[in-house]
Every structure is written in C-alpha cells, then in structure tokens.
Design a protein around this ligand. Structure first.
Ligand code: FES
Length: 507
C-alpha cells in the first residue's frame, strides 16, 4: 500500500494514498497556513516534498527560485500527490496573547451567574485568543492563543468567504470550533479544572468570523449591498457548537453593527471606552475605526490586508519568538531586535513597520515607496531576513487604506487631526506598534503621535467584560445599536485620499 507521510510540528503522520490530491488537502487538518487560500498568488505555502508528485506547475516555476526548485520545494496548493510521497511542512506558529491589563471593571453579576468560570474568545482572522474568566473574581485567570485554524482557507475574510462558496461553510466552521474545543481543553487542564465548571462562553470577532463560527453562510458580506445574515447579540447553547463543553452551557455571540463593523470593534469600544473626539483604531487584517463625536459613534472599516499581521510579507511571520520586532539604522546597516533573543526567523507586522520607518528615515526608500536600486529589490535586515520591494508595496497599500479611513472619519465628523484628543491603538498588532514608526510611515496622522496610546487586545478585554458582567453585555448591545457605519466603498473622498495616502510623509 502506498502511503503519504507528513512531518509537521515535530510529529509524523501517515495515511494511505487513495487518489490524486493537492498537497494542501493533506495539510489542511493541521492548520497549515495558505495565505491566498490556494489562489496561486502568494507563493507562501512552501513545503519540501518528494515521491510520486506532479511535475512543477507554471505557477511554481514562477514563484519558486531555481535553488528551491532543485531542493524539492513545492507549493502545497499546486503540487499533487500522484502516489506515495513525503511532505515536510512548517507548523503554524502561535502569536503571543496578552493577559496583562485584562481585568473586569464592573461589580455586577455575570450573565452566567456568580460561580464557576466562563470562556471569552476573540476570533481574529489571523489569531484566535481564548481567556478563562474566573466568575467569582470577575477576572481572566488564564489565556491561550493559536493561529486561526481557518488560515488554510485563506488569509483574509474575502478569501474565506470565497472558499465557503466553493465547499460550504461546514469545513471552516469545524476548523474553528474544533480549534476552540482544543484551546478550552488546554486551559481547563492547565488550571486543574473540569469542563463542568464552565458556565458560559462569549464569542467575539468580526462579522465574518462570527458567521463562520455559527455556521451561517457569509456570502452576503462579500458583495453589495453587504448584508450579513445576522448581527448577532444572541445567546445559543454549546450543544451544536462545542463538544468539549457540557451541552447546556450558554454561548453568547457579541453584537455587530454591520457587515464590516464586527463584535470585535464593539467589544473594543466597550473595553477602551473612548470619549468625545477620541479615535479607536483596531488594526489587524481589517482596520476597524470608531470615532466618538459630539452626537454619536462613527465607525468604518478598511481592508488593510494581512501585511500588518506579517502574513503577506516575503519573510513575514506572527509576533512569536524569532520575529524581528524593531529596526533602527546605523552607518553599518540595520540593527534589529528579535523577540525572545536569538536568531531572526522572520518579520512580524510591527517589525515591518519599524523597518519601513527606518528605511524612509535614512533615504533608502523614497516617498513613493521605491527602494533604492542599490539594494536589488530587498533590503537585508538580519540572518537572511529582508524587507523586499514587494513587501513595501503591500505595507504601502495597507497604510494608505487605514490612513484614508482615518481621513474619511475626520471629514465626516467635521474634524481635523489636531482636534483629536486621543488615538487609541487596539488589537494584537495595534497595541504592540511603535507609535513613532506608525507616524513616520503615515499610518496615523503624525500630529496625533503625542496623543496615541496602546490599549492592548481591547476586543478580548471587552469579551472578558461581557463574560463577567450583565451590564457590560447590555452596554455592548447599546453600543452596536448606536454605532453609525460610514460606508467607504462608494466614497469618492476615500478614493482620493487613498491615492494621496499612497505617498509616505516627508520629514
Ligand atoms: S500560492 Fe499556495 S496558498 Fe498562496
């Protein structure tokens, strides 16, 4: 019998060969990331494989270097197993999850009672974070995170919605729910607890992530008039969702305000509690913005893409050990800070912004984003990790989308950047970012740098608040109803500003 052997995450898995299939199909159950969802465009699903395989495709010849082609490197979404073969794949890496600063601030009872524990979950497009909340103390006791297991279906919400159109919602729902079951089990075990102590679950995330968790078709989110099936704010039971929990455990889906204003932004608003003329920026694969005006809450969302999460960059990685997090320039070249010390393995989103700011500062990149030709399309940073011209273009697009979103919000509110009293940066990426670097590349208005501050994973903090306080749950539902969504898809002002924001600031 011919077999397929997969080496991933330090473990070997063997299965019988049955029929020709792309290598990605064998790697899917292990959460192997497929940033473009198998669209043959990103070239980041590299594996090493040998045995009975299809010949190199035109895409592989285009996206792999000659050295890689000679070293059995293949693209998992292109190469097919035609018989027995062996695949070596890199395990998905988990970003760090912050628990510092996550404490409930309300004194009333939890919607799940006053005893036991609850799980608060922030399903990010890139990372899923789970917090175990002690209801007697109303605070998170433990936390764990993992790269969203749906990564193998695409890096952003549009790619995942496209996969649902092809193969239904079920595989994506099973991927995330199975992963959360695993994280619940890990946290309970780590705390010496039994699943019977769990009294409730709060799920937050963008509107698409909540659709996928609930098993709802998200197709309406991807095309005009952008109509989701649900804006949630509903209580379900664990029965049809989580095998690791008792079936009668209530599961609350955080309320959303629109197709692209999700429960994550509402939870972030709840936790960060911005005041009038304060802007909350939750920057991840989507840039979600909320501005408190004299009359209400103005929200918008811009498609930043995965570059800020490190997912779309040539040497991109999540903010884990081995990631370059900070770059400064000396006369001898780049000086890099690496998470965890040791050798550099890649560049996370904050490191990429820091590197770009440093290159703009020393003139190696000009205001149009062009890397000086002496660097031959890639500026070397450390240990073979580089920032390439293509990476700079990706960051430029992401920066322009977010900055044009900020401009549009301010224009709609009749404000100018100096009018902002505070700029709150939320999300795993937003809260780690160096404010000066963000201002240097124009991601935030430079004039706002002195009033910018990080507020941690505010979406996760908001979910913890809801898990521990009925009044917080009520406030979240009120916030979702009050939020006024600014639609940028048809906005000529946004389009104009987007083009202008493609230029980097000159200092
Ligand atoms: S090229 Fe294979 S996932 Fe993008």
């Amino acid at each position: 019998m011919e077999t397929i052997t997969i080496y991933i995450g330090g473990a070997a898995h063997t299965m019988p060969y049955e029929a020709p299939r792309v290598l990605a199909a064998f790697l899917e159950p292990y959460g192997f990331p497929m940033p473009c969802g198998g669209a043959h465009t990103c070239g980041k699903c590299r594996v090493t494989a040998y045995g009975a395989l299809s010949p190199l495709s035109e895409t592989e010849k285009r996206l792999l270097t000659v050295d890689e082609q000679l070293s059995n490197v293949r693209l998992a979404c292109c190469a097919q197993a035609l018989g027995g073969c062996t695949i070596h794949a890199r395990a998905p890496e988990n970003a760090r999850v912050e628990t510092a600063g996550l404490s409930a601030q309300r004194s009333d009872a939890s919607p799940f009672g006053t005893q036991g524990y609850a799980f608060a979950v922030d399903i990010g497009t890139t990372t899923a974070a789970v917090y175990l909340v002690d209801l007697t103390r109303a605070r998170p006791a433990e936390a764990a995170s993992a790269l969203n297991a749906q990564a193998s279906y695409g890096a952003d919400v549009i790619a995942r919605i496209a996969r649902c159109a092809e193969s239904g919602v079920r595989p994506l729902q099973e991927a995330i729910l199975g992963q959360l079951d695993g994280l619940f089990t890990v946290l309970l075990k780590r705390s010496g607890l039994d699943a019977r102590v769990v009294r409730g679950v709060v799920l937050t995330g963008n509107t698409t992530m909540l659709h996928l968790a609930a098993g709802l078709d998200p197709a309406g989110i991807a095309a005009a008039p952008y109509t989701p099936q649900s804006l949630f704010g509903v209580m379900e039971s664990a029965r049809r969702l989580f095998a690791a929990l008792p079936p009668d455990v209530p599961v609350y889906f955080a309320p959303c305000a629109g197709a692209y204003i999700g429960g994550d932004l509402i939870c972030a608003l709840l936790a960060a509690a911005p005041q009038e003329n304060e802007l909350l920026m939750d920057i991840g694969t989507n840039g979600e913005l909320a501005l408190i005006t004299g009359t209400g809450i103005l929200c918008c969302s811009t498609a930043a893409g995965p570059a800020f999460e490190g997912a779309g960059l040539s040497h991109g990685m999540v903010a884990a050990d081995g990631a370059i997090t900070d770059v400064s320039m000396t006369g001898k070249g780049a000086v890099c800070t690496v998470a965890g010390g040791g050798a550099a393995r890649g560049l996370c989103g904050t490191g990429a912004i820091s590197a770009l700011a440093a290159l703009l500062g020393c003139g190696a990149v000009d205001e149009t984003g062009l890397l000086d030709e002496q660097y031959h399309e890639a500026f070397p940073l450390m240990d073979g990790v580089a920032l390439t011209q293509a990476d700079i273009r990706q960051l430029q697009l992401a920066k322009a989308a977010v900055a044009a979103g900020v401009d549009s919000m301010l224009q709609a509110a009749g404000l100018a950047p100096p009018d902002l009293r505070a700029l709150l940066l939320a999300g795993g990426f937003g809260s780690r970012i160096d404010v000066r670097s963000a201002a240097s590349i124009g991601l935030i208005p430079p004039v706002c740098a002195p009033c910018a501050r990080a507020c941690g994973n505010a979406a996760g903090a908001g979910a913890c608040l809801i898990a521990s306080s009925q009044s917080a749950l009520d406030d979240a539902e009120r916030l979702a109803k009050r939020a006024q969504v600014l639609d940028l898809t048809e906005s000529a002002f946004f389009s104009d500003r987007f083009i202008e924001q493609m230029l980097f600031p000159l200092f």
